[in-house]
Ligand binder design. Structure first.
Ligand SMILES: *Cc1c(COP(=O)(O)O)cnc(C)c1O
Length: 460
């Protein structure tokens, strides 16, 4: 069979409110051409993010009813801990309310002024937490990651030679840990190979540095290793997951991605001393060590989610669905970041709208075009998000620009069916045919920080 079907039946449905083009035109204008300011009820297909937007299974909902809400020592915690220990091989498991809470605790303990934290590419909250501690966050992606058309199978890999150079330059003493993000979210959901993880581990061993994973999408990464890495095709995804975690001394995880839940996170550690200090911080700001800012029912949903996410039928459907979207767009000529990664397709908006200069935000113009014509909500990852005035730049300096002008179509887990994806393909094809009609934008309100969330625009 060539068609990979959704490996689930649907027991509970959530209606989508359809809108007309005239309604969407009014909604878009009222939101100042910023889709973050549109109500979710006014969106037909929401591809804003894959974080916390997945659908839970009947077993997860059953777990919600079984949740033990005891303050200390809840049965649900031990169930959760057993599942995570079995999946990852880590002895010490701390629950947190989401990924950034784990990052905050970790960097409060190991960060600080004068410290340098290397990563293949920091996710924005990871970078922000490292920097908040006073440390410098350094991205070390392989050079291939910078070229959208390059077909390298593991564009998420860390540049190992660049890591060696950084260690030689700043000294191992200033590096509290090396971090690798799997899959590399900021770099297009691109996977990291086991060979690369081993090479990074080898460098860490030589310099006595701990290796941590930012493992939000560990299962998608493991499945892409199975598919793309020589000699891995016959391995169980579970085995690959164990091998990935076995190389690490710790991990921060947002369960809102491959945990298949709407809220939750984890901090995994091996070092007893670090565990002791992390537990104290957890109690200070999140909650007791057996619930970490979550309800017992959330721990049950996570225990089951981390089990279901390594089922290979699920992963085959998940990865195929993203790849299918990528293939169809490529076939009609839409320029995307190649090859398709784990959780999203990134359209190269600068190439899509060649008539719109970067200072008129081609990515935002495309986002508006997709909403207008089909009610699809995507997100600009370009100069709206990363550009603008820098506090460090001198007065009168031109605004910063992003390296690439991308539009991300993030696919929520188990939420949309093949026909929803086909609807998106049809809509994008239509916008592509009429791309010369897309209009650039001027920012009429620019907030001082994280401007993409609340900025307003007008069309020019
Ligand atoms: C989402 C994400 C985080 C942060 O997790 P939150 O649950 O949103 O706090 C960290 N790293 C990566 C790679 C992520 O995708």
């Amino acid at each position: 069979m060539k068609t990979i079907i959704e490996p689930f039946r649907i027991k509970c449905v959530e209606p989508i409110r359809m809108t007309t083009a005239a309604q969407r035109e009014r909604i878009l204008r009222e939101a100042g051409f910023n889709v973050f300011l549109i109500r979710a009820d006014d969106v037909i297909i929401d591809l804003l993010t894959d974080s916390g937007t997945g659908a839970m299974s009947s077993e997860q909902w059953a777990g919600i009813m079984r949740g033990d809400e005891s303050y200390a020592g809840a049965r649900s915690f031990y169930h959760f801990q057993d599942r995570i220990q079995e999946l990852t091989g880590f002895a010490h498991v701390l629950p947190t309310h989401q990924g950034r809470a784990s990052e905050r605790i970790l960097f409060e303990l190991v960060g600080g002024p004068d410290k340098v934290v290397p990563n293949n590419a920091h996710f924005d909250t990871t970078r922000a937490n490292a920097e908040h501690s006073g440390a410098t966050a350094v991205d070390l992606p392989i050079p291939e990651a910078g070229d959208p058309q390059n077909q390298h199978p593991f564009k998420g890999n860390m540049d190992v030679a660049a890591l060696e150079r950084l260690i030689a330059e700043v000294g191992a003493k200033r590096i509290p840990l090396v971090m690798v993000t799997v899959t590399n979210n900021s770099g297009g959901g691109q996977p990291v190979s086991l060979a690369n993880l081993r090479a990074v581990r080898e460098v860490c061993d030589r310099h006595e540095l701990p290796l941590f994973l930012d493992a939000c999408r560990f299962a998608e990464n493991a499945f892409l290793i199975k598919r793309r890495e020589p000699g891995m095709a016959d391995k169980d995804v579970r085995e690959i997951v164990r091998e990935m975690f076995a190389l690490a001394d710790g991990a921060t995880i947002s369960a809102k991605k491959d945990g298949l839940v709407n809220i939750g996170g984890l901090l995994l550690l091996r070092d007893e001393e670090l565990l002791h200090r992390a537990s104290n911080l957890l109690i200070l700001t999140e909650g007791f060590v057996t619930y970490g800012g979550l309800a017992g029912r959330d721990l049950e949903a996570m225990a089951q989610g981390f089990e279901e996410v390594v089922h290979e039928d699920y992963l085959a459907y998940r990865i195929r669905s993203v790849e299918y979207l990528g293939e169809k767009l490529t076939a009609i000529g839409v320029p995307i970041v190649q090859p398709p990664g784990g959780h999203a397709i990134y359209i190269d908006a600068a190439a899509f709208c060649r008539h719109i200069p970067v200072e008129r935000f081609p990515g935002q113009a495309l986002v508006c075009g997709l909403y207008r014509s089909a009610g699809i909500r995507a997100v600009e990852i370009g100069s709206v998000m990363f550009g603008g005035k820098s506090t460090a730049s001198p007065a009168g300096a031109p605004p910063k620009r992003a390296r690439l002008e991308l539009v991300r179509l993030a696919i929520p887990r188990r939420v949309y069916t093949q026909s929803h994806i086909d609807y998106c393909i049809e809509a994008i094809a239509e916008v592509y045919q009429r791309r010369d009609g897309l209009r650039g934008l001027r920012m009429t309100y620019e907030p001082p920080v994280l401007r993409h969330f609340t900025a307003r625009f007008e069309e020019v």
